[in-house]
Design a protein around this ligand. Structure first.
Ligand code: IPM
Ligand code: MG
Length: 360
């Protein structure tokens, strides 16, 4: 029997509802494979602001660092929108990523054949796509300095953010992307804006340099605007996409719609001592508490945690198969509902996947 310590941050909005379903599935995995998952709740985001006046209390960092993985819901909501930047729930999310040194955010974009009709895209464009977006997560314009809103002598204000990357930051994420590509379809597309940005030229140079160590991997460069267009024109051309923090953020939201719903995309943030695993969608405050949120991205994130965080590959594959089975059996949350299928609520979807863990 193996025992694992899992820190759990439910967060805000739909976070608590969907994390609950993720844990339901993890418990079923523990039962079936004879593991013990020991959960510790931590506060990050709006809930932490309400309780401790800080979106990331030190106690939460300590607890996460003492765990094997962080299972994360989502943060943010209108309640905290008017707080200063560094006090917002999102600041807690950025700080925990940084505190963990989780510089690589893996966002797999896979189309379930069962859900082809839920996408707004044509079936022949999206069927069979399997993309891994590798997003840099602890640098770039999200963290660069100077930043802020400054007063100018003429009475105007000036808002400033800085996109910056140093050699080692680029090198490690690009290398990881090539390492991942080797185990997949051996193609890397690097995204930048090297026709305009100096930081992107450095990025591109380092990709060129790194690629020399991977002769078996095919690679190309795309400007981010072109990449956004290519993703909807012909997404099948992509295998691994590597991008800086903000380009990866934007492109992964775009890519999620290929799969039918942003409610389907999980992520793993790795590279540091402890990994964190969270859906790519936000806290969706507009639908929180109604029982209609899709928990599948959270459950998929549990699968990524098993695989990348705890090294439990068979267990991860079992969760994925369970999700496939439930979709195949025709169950859908409202966001992926289509004609002739059976609509279920958040809790029912969790129950179904948990049950399926023992049937696949
Ligand atoms: C994401 C989100 C976050 C980000 C927000 C909530 C700060 O959009 O994880 O993609 O921009 O990184
Ligand atoms: Mg985002």
């Amino acid at each position: 029997m193996a025992e694992f310590k899992i820190a759990v941050a439910e967060g805000d909005g739909i976070g608590p509802e969907i994390v609950k379903e993720g844990i339901k599935v993890l418990d079923e995995i523990a039962d079936r494979f004879n593991h013990k998952f020991d959960y510790t709740n931590v506060y990050i985001g709006g809930c932490a602001i309400d309780k401790f006046k800080d979106p990331l209390p030190q106690d939460s960092i300590d607890k996460v660092l003492a765990s094997d993985a962080l299972f994360f819901g989502s943060v943010g909501g209108p309640k905290w929108e008017n707080l200063p930047h560094e006090k917002k729930p999102e600041a807690g999310l950025l700080r925990i990523r940084k505190a963990l040194g989780a510089f690589a955010n893996l966002r797999p974009v896979k189309v379930f054949s069962e859900l082809i009709d839920s996408s707004t895209m044509k079936p022949e464009v999206i069927s069979g796509i399997d993309i891994m977006v590798v997003r840099e997560l602890t640098g770039g314009i999200y963290f660069g300095k100077p930043r802020g809103v400054f007063n100018l002598p003429n009475g105007e204000k000036k808002g400033v953010n800085t996109m910056e990357y140093s050699t080692h930051e680029i090198k490690r994420i690009v290398k990881l992307a090539f390492d991942i590509a080797i185990k997949r379809n051996k193609k890397v597309t690097s995204v930048d804006k090297a026709n305009i940005l100096d930081v992107s030229q450095l990025w591109r140079d380092i990709v060129e340099d790194t690629a020399k160590d991977y002769p078996e991997v095919e690679y190309n460069h795309l400007y981010v605007d072109n990449a956004a267009m290519q993703l909807v024109r012909n997404p099948k051309q992509f295998d691994v996409i590597v991008a800086g923090n903000i380009f990866g953020d934007i492109l992964s939201d775009e890519a999620s719609m290929l799969t039918g719903s942003i409610g389907m995309l999980p992520s793993a943030s790795i590279g540091g001592k402890v990994g964190m695993f969270e859906p790519i969608h936000g806290s969706a405050p507009d639908i929180a508490g109604q029982g209609i949120a899709n928990p599948l991205a959270q459950i998929e994130s549990a699968a990524m945690m098993l695989k990348y965080g705890l090294n439990l590959n068979e267990e991860a594959a079992t969760v994925e198969k369970a999700i496939e089975k439930v979709l195949k059996d025709g169950y859908r949350t409202p966001d992926i509902m289509s004609k002739g299928k059976k609509q279920v609520c958040t809790r029912e979807m969790g129950d179904l996947v948990a049950k399926a863990v023992n049937e696949v």
